[in-house]
Design a protein around this ligand. Structure first.
Ligand code: MRU
Length: 353
C-alpha cells in the first residue's frame, strides 16, 4: 500500500482517509496551512501519522513561503531569520489542530529543536532548509521502522489460532506504514500465526470499519467487523483471546488515552480475564503527565454523532456530546508494547526503564 504520509519532490503526500474505503485518493500538499487543515479535518489521523505530518508541514514552511506570497517572499526567502520565523508560525498553526495525541507535539518540538540548533550554528538559508527537510524525512523512515519493532515484540503475545479484538484504527493508516496494534497482528501473521481479527466499528467516525477492515482485507488477514456494543457478548462466549489497541497519549503512570470506547473494552476484558494490550511508540509516552487525568480530551463537532456520512440520523432537538478519546487506567492494561520492548506493571518504573 502507498505510505499514509510521505514527502516527495517538495510536497507532502497524504492518503485522504475521509475517502476510504471507497476511493484511494492521494493529496499533494504544499503549505503548512494545508497540512494543518488535513489534520483538523482528519484527512490524516492517528497519533504517529499526525506527528510525522506536522513535522513535514514545518519542512514545507522552511522550504518556501505560501504561493500567494511568493513575489514578496522571493527576496526574504534566503534570509535565515525569516525562515525561522516561518517555522515558528507554522508550529503554532499545527499545534492548534488536535489536542490529545502527544505525537503531534513531539513531531513539532523535534523540528523546532532542529531549527533552533540551525540558528545557534548560524546556518545560512539553504542549510536550514536542508536540515529541516532531512529531519522530517528521517521521521518518515523511523516511523515505519519503529512500527516493525513494535510488531516484532508484540507478535510473541499474540495467540496462534486466536481471535484478537481491536478498536479504532491503529494500523498503517494511523502511522506512516505497518501500524502499531495492527503492526503486532501483521508481525504475528508474518511469523506464521493464524490470527482472526474482530474490528470494533468505532462510532462516531467508524475508523474500525472504514479503515481497519480496509487494511486487513487488503492484506488478506481475516477480519470480522462488529458494532461497538457486541464485544462484551463475544468475550462472554469465549470468542476473544486478547485485545490490542493503539494509544494517543500514555501518562507516566501507564494510563492510556485512546479512541473513545477503548475504556469500555478494557473494562470488559478485565471482567472476562482477557489480556488487554496497548501498542505504541515511545513517542506516545508523555512523562510530563503524572496520570491520565491530566490528558486533554478533544471534543469534536457534534455532527459526527448526529450524522452518518452526511445524513442526519439523530432527531433535531436532542443534545449530544462527542469526546473523541477516553482514558483507560493503567490497572486495566496487561502490557504496553513499544519499539524498545514490552513494559509490564508497575508502569511508573517499567516505562522509564
Ligand atoms: O481520532 P483518530 O482517528 O486520530 O484516533 C486514532 C486513535 O485513537 C488510534 O487508536 C491512536 O491514534 C493510535 S494510532 C497508532
Amino acid at each position: 500500500m502507498h505510505r499514509t504520509v510521505d514527502y516527495v519532490q517538495g510536497k507532502v503526500l497524504l492518503i485522504d482517509q475521509t475517502r476510504l474505503p471507497h476511493e484511494l485518493v492521494i493529496l499533494e500538499l504544499e503549505t503548512p496551512e494545508e497540512v494543518a487543515d488535513a489534520i483538523k479535518t482528519m484527512k490524516v489521523r492517528g497519533a504517529p501519522a499526525i506527528g510525522v505530518a506536522a513535522a513535514l508541514g514545518i519542512a514545507l514552511a522552511a522550504r518556501s513561503a505560501p504561493a500567494r506570497d511568493l513575489q514578496s517572499a522571493s527576496a526574504e526567502a534566503e534570509d535565515p531569520e525569516e525562515i525561522l520565523r516561518r517555522v515558528e508560525r507554522a508550529a503554532h498553526v499545527l499545534r492548534n489542530t488536535r489536542p490529545t495525541a502527544v505525537n503531534l507535539f513531539w513531531g513539532i518540538e523535534r523540528m523546532l529543536k532542529a531549527a533552533r540548533e540551525c540558528a545557534r550554528k548560524k546556518h545560512d538559508a539553504a542549510k536550514i532548509k536542508e536540515v529541516l527537510e532531512q529531519t522530517a524525512r528521517a521521521m518518515v523512515e523511523e516511523d515505519e521502522q519503529v512500527c516493525r519493532k513494535i510488531g516484532e515484540h508484540g507478535a510473541k503475545l499474540m495467540p496462534d489460532y486466536g481471535h484478537v479484538l481491536t478498536h479504532c484504527n491503529a494500523g498503517a493508516l494511523a502511522c506512516v506504514a505497518y501500524g502499531t496494534a495492527l503492526g503486532v497482528i501483521r508481525a504475528a501473521v508474518e511469523a506464521g500465526k493464524r490470527v482472526h481479527v474482530y474490528a470494533d466499528e468505532t462510532r462516531p467516525r467508524l475508523q474500525g470499519m472504514k479503515l481497519t477492515a480496509f487494511e486487513l482485507v487488503q492484506d488478506g488477514i481475516p477480519v470480522t467487523v462488529i458494532t461497538d456494543n457486541m464485544a462484551g457478548s463475544l468475550m462472554r462466549a469465549g470468542r476473544i483471546d486478547c485485545v490490542v489497541v493503539g494509544a494517543d497519549r500514555i501518562a507516566a503512570n501507564g494510563d492510556v488515552a485512546n479512541k473513545i470506547g477503548t475504556y469500555s473494552v478494557a473494562v470488559l476484558a478485565h471482567h472476562h480475564g482477557i489480556p488487554f494490550y496497548v501498542a505504541a511508540p515511545t513517542s506516545t509516552i508523555d512523562f510530563s503527565l503524572a496520570s491520565g487525568d491530566e490528558i486533554p480530551i478533544e471534543e469534536r463537532p457534534h455532527d459526527e454523532v448526529t450524522h452518518i456520512d452526511g445524513k442526519r440520523i439523530c432527531p433535531v432537538g436532542a443534545d449530544v456530546i462527542n469526546p473523541s478519546f477516553d482514558v483507560t487506567p493503567a490497572s486495566l492494561v496487561t502490557a504496553i508494547i513499544t519499539e524498545k520492548g514490552i513494559a509490564y506493571p508497575p508502569y511508573k518504573q517499567s516505562l522509564r526503564a
